[in-house]
Design a protein around this ligand. Structure first.
Ligand code: 1HN
Length: 345
């Protein structure tokens, strides 16, 4: 069975110097760092960002930094395990809170990582993706797939705030992250696809032999529809909490290649104690109040808060009132790599 592996100190000094000079190193003293027994040993620590604490700082950024000086006016939610300034909230997920003030716009660009926004506050904001104008209402999920042009605008009269989730850490790790800047896009004068082609679940434009389907046919998932669906699930679905995955209406697959999104509803007093999952996760509270224990750490959350859980975290949520959360996770990536796993507690 498993043996204690040799250390660097076991080796003679002259041999260690010679190895360093040759640009090589012995694997065995480092082996367990990269291959711990039985389960990963995550760097990520659970984080909690109370909206009440972040909002004033974001509004101050609005006074201090014009959007022209920022390109995107964002406060990054850094993983406590990596420290403030870390451009990631979990191993694979970047999170940031973005502010757009009335009349402002954020210039068009496209980049290799994919993004999704969960709208936190305000009305009148919109994102244009490949010419499609996607209104941003509270709780909506708006996609910006990698490689698609996108810019943000604001027709309303109050600040608009949203949570950005990107698979940026992966692209940085792969040395594949870059952006191209462009001109503001012309907007097609029609409602977004959730109000036209994919207005009702279970219905899609009729397929013809010569028809081509867009890779990302629907890029806005209006919260009103999600909440109505969750309520029916909670009322008539199986026992347990109501959970709905956001899917591509043409393929039934996850909405983005690496990131998945799951809407959850908990009734007052309801407890959710999911299995340990190999995926990392961020939870955004659309509405409600409750307590979650993540690896022994207690998080008291309220409306618009965000909190995270590392891979294989032991999580128990308890809702104090009717609550709606969106879970952002990297299960789609792990499914594609063939190692997504759940373990009973
Ligand atoms: C980005 O393009 C946006 O388009 C927001 O709103 C946050 C963080 C890192 C890299 C690109 C946006 C981002 C980002």
């Amino acid at each position: 069975m498993s043996q204690q592996l040799g250390t660097l100190e076991d080796l003679p000094e002259d041999y260690r110097t010679a190895m360093t000079e040759a640009g090589v190193a012995p694997l065995w003293p480092m082996m367990r760092n990269v291959l711990p027994h039985d389960a990963p040993n995550p760097v990520t620590k659970s984080g909690h960002w109370a909206f009440d604490a972040v909002r004033p700082l974001l509004m101050r950024a609005g006074e201090l930094t014009p959007v022209e000086k920022a390109e995107r006016r964002v406060l990054v939610l850094s993983d406590p395990g990596r420290g403030t300034g870390a451009m990631q909230a979990t191993s694979s997920i970047y999170l940031g809170m973005q502010l757009l003030l009335p009349g402002e716009s954020a210039p068009a660009h496209k980049h290799t990582p994919s993004a999704a926004r969960i709208i936190v506050e305000g009305t009148g904001g919109y994102t244009v993706v490949d010419g499609e104008k996607l209104p941003m209402e509270e709780g909506d999920l708006v996609l910006t797939p990698g490689g698609d042009w996108h810019d943000h605008g604001h027709d309303g009269s109050d600040p608009v705030i949203w949570l950005d989730a990107l698979d940026l850490p992966l692209f940085v790790y792969l040395e594949g992250s870059y952006a191209i800047e462009g001109e503001l896009q012309a907007q097609r004068n029609r409602p977004d696809a959730s109000e036209v082609e994919y207005r009702a679940a279970g219905l899609a434009p009729s397929r013809r032999l010569d028809s081509s389907v867009r890779r990302y046919p629907m890029m806005r998932y209006p919260w009103v529809k999600t909440e109505a669906a969750l309520r029916q699930m909670a009322k008539y679905g199986d026992d347990g909490i109501a959970e709905l995955d956001y899917i591509n209406p043409e393929t039934g697959q996850d909405v983005l290649p690496t990131m998945g999104f799951t809407a959850m509803m908990l009734n007052a007093g309801q407890i959710d104690s999911p299995p340990l999952r190999s995926a990392s996760a961020a939870f955004h509270v659309v509405r409600g109040r409750g307590t979650s224990v993540v690896n022994g750490q207690t998080i008291h959350w309220g409306p618009k808060d965000t909190f995270t859980a590392p891979v294989f975290a032991d999580i128990t949520h308890t809702a104090e009132e009717e609550s709606f959360l969106v879970r952002v996770h990297d299960r789609p990536l792990q499914d594609k790599l063939g190692y997504y796993e759940e373990r009973a507690k």
